[in-house]
Design a protein around this ligand. Structure first.
Ligand SMILES: [Zn+2]
Length: 333
């Protein structure tokens, strides 16, 4: 058993309370390798933004759980080395799908876990979430739950259609499960293809797809039911078209990839939404930078020469999200 407190990490409780009060959101960036982690920490340290490092089940299998724990510990030390005196870094399990996985993460130094039982019937979702909460809270680890179903594909999590969260269920769910935060479905979606062309309109000037707007009426109704309760948005990459264009220009093939417009996320960040998950955007930045080097310098074979530029582009992306979308800069001096 390793406590996250020994690693210098924090849970989400205080972060979220401050974010709701302050009208901003905490970035939750997924990582599974060193360059991503370096970029996240550098961007967070330079902007003094609290940050949630997210690891999915697939990422945990990819990177190895022991190595991950030391990477998170290293991230705290690296942040201090960068001059961030009191880093607020949370290590969070994204989309835990069983009690055993969540328990294992709690035991291995995670400071927060998500139990995603949203595909189960309502009562079973409550029961499993409560089981995880009862275990995690013994160690002061916070728990995120999910109600409603997001469309899209993210590692092992996939669903063809979304079902908006039912606002009339949230009080009962939060009370009986004891969860610390709630991921809801209001039209965000996992992956780089969040919407089909049929769901979108086309901008006549640019020919780009324009996605349908988020269901802010559902968010408002949830906030009315659960005033001041931390709400989480998954699947909130904006799929920057500059990266998609770079990938396509340098030999990639991502036709009609489309995400959530940043102005909608900016609006959400000002509400009780206090955690916004961004994964695909950093994958796109990484891939765009690597493809560019490969196309322009085909003789290059030192991974540092293409992972380095990828890291730089991701750092830029993370800083942009923190400052211009989430508003979390300067909130963890
Ligand atoms: Zn998700």
């Amino acid at each position: 058993m390793v406590s996250y407190k020994e690693l210098g990490l924090v849970n989400t409780r205080e972060m979220f309370a401050k974010a709701i009060k302050g009208g901003y959101a905490i970035p939750a960036f997924n990582f599974n390798n060193m360059e991503q982690l370096q970029a996240i920490i550098k961007a967070s340290a330079e902007t003094k933004s609290p940050v949630i490092l997210q690891v999915s089940k697939g990422a945990r299998n990819y990177a190895n759980q022991t190595l991950l724990r030391y990477m998170a510990q290293g991230a705290v030390e690296y942040a201090k080395e960068l001059g961030w005196e009191h880093p607020q870094i949370c290590l969070h399990l994204d989309h835990g799908d069983s009690f055993e996985l969540c328990k294992s993460c709690v035991d291995f130094g995670f400071s927060s876990v998500m139990i995603d039982a949203s595909s189960l019937p309502y009562e079973e979702n409550i029961a499993l979430t409560k089981k995880v909460v009862d275990y995690a809270h013994q160690y002061d680890v916070t728990v995120e739950a999910e109600l409603g179903v997001l469309a899209g594909v993210e590692d092992e999590v996939s669903s063809a259609v979304s079902h908006y969260t039912k606002p009339e269920e949230v009080v009962d769910f939060a009370t009986r499960s004891g969860c610390d935060s709630l991921a809801i479905s209001i039209g965000t979606s996992h992956g780089a293809y969040k919407f089909t062309p049929e769901q979108c309109t086309r901008d006549p000037k640019t020919g780009r797809l324009v996605p349908p707007p988020l269901a802010f009426d559902v968010l408002d109704a949830v906030m009315e039911q659960l005033p001041g309760f931390p709400i989480v948005l998954h699947g909130s990459s904006s799929v920057p078209q500059e990266y998609v264009d770079m990938i396509n220009k340098y030999g990639g093939k991502l036709p009609d990839a489309v995400g959530i417009p940043e102005e909608q996320l900016r609006k959400a960040a000002k509400s009780a939404v206090c955690k916004i998950n961004i994964d695909s955007d950093s994958r796109l930045a990484f891939t765009a930078a690597v493809r560019k080097v490969f196309a322009e310098k085909p003789a290059e074979f030192d991974p540092r020469k293409y992972c380095g530029p990828a890291r730089d582009l991701m750092t830029e992306l993370y800083k942009h999200k923190i400052i211009n979308v989430l508003g979390s800069d300067g909130k963890a001096e």
